[in-house]
Design a protein. Structure first.
Length: 368
């Protein structure tokens, strides 16, 4: 029996999402390029989103879009209520007009931010991209069901055109379009997973395609280096193809995840990250920045080794993030129409007592 049937959740998807978010946090804390090569988190998260979107769209397209938007935006609104007044209070020399601040309410483009607020606002491109892909999903799914392979390749082709003509949409809109196109193919591969099309492909073919995408993306980035050498994320087409390779390999198989329930601490951690995924993503960079600000006041420069200094700094960041998750994570419960809870950990259902054995039937009467 599958994990979905027994628990109501796809624990493989939950695990992939947890790994993706942990990798994002680690990359922003320790920006080593190798972390991007080990696991392209953004492509994987968009693929998971696309797969989960299909089931909702089949029930009701309008309700699916409303539900996804409802679950995405409240955590952003809470951030805006905290961050926008702080940015104004601390001085915002080039503050945009009030209509532009409405992007903190409906982020169809990156919400504006001051230098002080950039650590928070700098990660919001993901929410903007996710929102647009949710809005486009009814059309994309209809196209996919009519022309599956061309639809998978359509965003990639559009990204190549945009790379050739980068000024087509201007700076602000062009950044949004670039991100939607860069991760659109991963989103649509999520459709292919949910529709069962990936499962119908031969494993050898999927592995060959995945290897070709990963190798092709790396090769393109290597042959077209940036100012500081090879820069995969600085080459949108290369990074899109590279991410597609990982998505193909990860979504083609659905391993049984029964072992996760037996590893109780790890199981609880995966559930916690999924319960507070939006909060962790929105605030992790702020927590890392707070740890940097505290470097001098706490005199961390006295720590004798760089490795220990990094460990202490990261521990401070995780502590700050844990405080935010406890203080604001309940917003995700409200957005999902669950009872709000301070604890990010899922409650395990209590075991029901075994039913008492039924009494033995009375022997049939011989005489009447």
């Amino acid at each position: 029996m599958s994990d979905i049937a027994t628990t109501g959740r796809d624990r493989y998807f939950d695990t992939l999402r947890a790994v993706a978010i942990v990798r994002v946090v680690l990359f922003h804390a320790f920006p080593f390029a190798a972390l991007e090569l080990i696991f392209p988190s953004m492509g994987v998260m968009f693929a998971l989103g696309g797969s989960l979107m299909v089931k909702s769209l089949d029930r009701s397209a309008s309700r699916a879009v409303r539900n996804r938007v409802r679950r995405l935006l409240p955590a952003l609104w809470v951030m805006a209520l905290i961050l926008v007044p702080l940015m104004i209070q601390r001085g915002w020399p080039d503050r945009p007009s009030w209509p532009h601040l409405l992007l903190w309410v409906l982020p169809i483009a990156d919400p504006p931010a001051s230098e002080f607020g950039y650590p928070a606002a700098g990660v919001l491109w993901y929410l903007v991209t996710y929102l647009w892909l949710v809005l486009l999903s009814p059309v994309l799914l209809a196209l996919y069901r009519r022309w599956n392979l061309p639809t998978v390749l359509l965003p990639l082709f559009g990204l190549m055109l945009l790379t050739a003509y980068p000024d087509t949409f201007g700076t602000t809109a062009g950044w949004v379009v670039q991100n939607v196109l860069a991760f659109g193919s991963c989103w649509i591969l999520g459709f292919a997973h949910r529709e069962g099309d990936l499962a119908r492909l031969r494993p050898s073919l999927v592995l060959a395609l995945a290897a070709a995408c990963v190798g092709g993306g790396l090769g393109w980035a290597y042959l077209h280096p940036g100012e500081n050498g090879m820069d995969l994320t600085g080459r949108p087409v290369a990074y899109a193809v590279f991410s597609m390779g990982f998505v193909l390999a990860l979504l083609r198989w659905a391993p049984r995840m029964g072992w996760l329930a037996r590893a109780r601490p790890l199981d609880g951690f995966v559930s916690m990250v999924n319960n507070r995924a939006v909060t962790i993503y929105l605030w992790h960079n702020v927590a890392i920045t707070v740890a940097v600000w505290l470097f001098d006041p706490l005199k961390l420069w006295r720590i004798p080794t760089q490795a220990l200094e990094n460990a202490v700094d990261f521990t401070i960041a995780l502590t700050a993030l844990a405080v935010v998750v406890l203080a604001l994570g309940w917003v995700e419960d409200v957005a999902a129409r669950r009872p709000p809870r301070l604890s990010p950990f899922a409650r395990r259902p209590r075991r029901q007592p075994a039913p008492a054995p039924a009494p033995a039937p009375a022997p049939a009467a011989v005489y009447r």
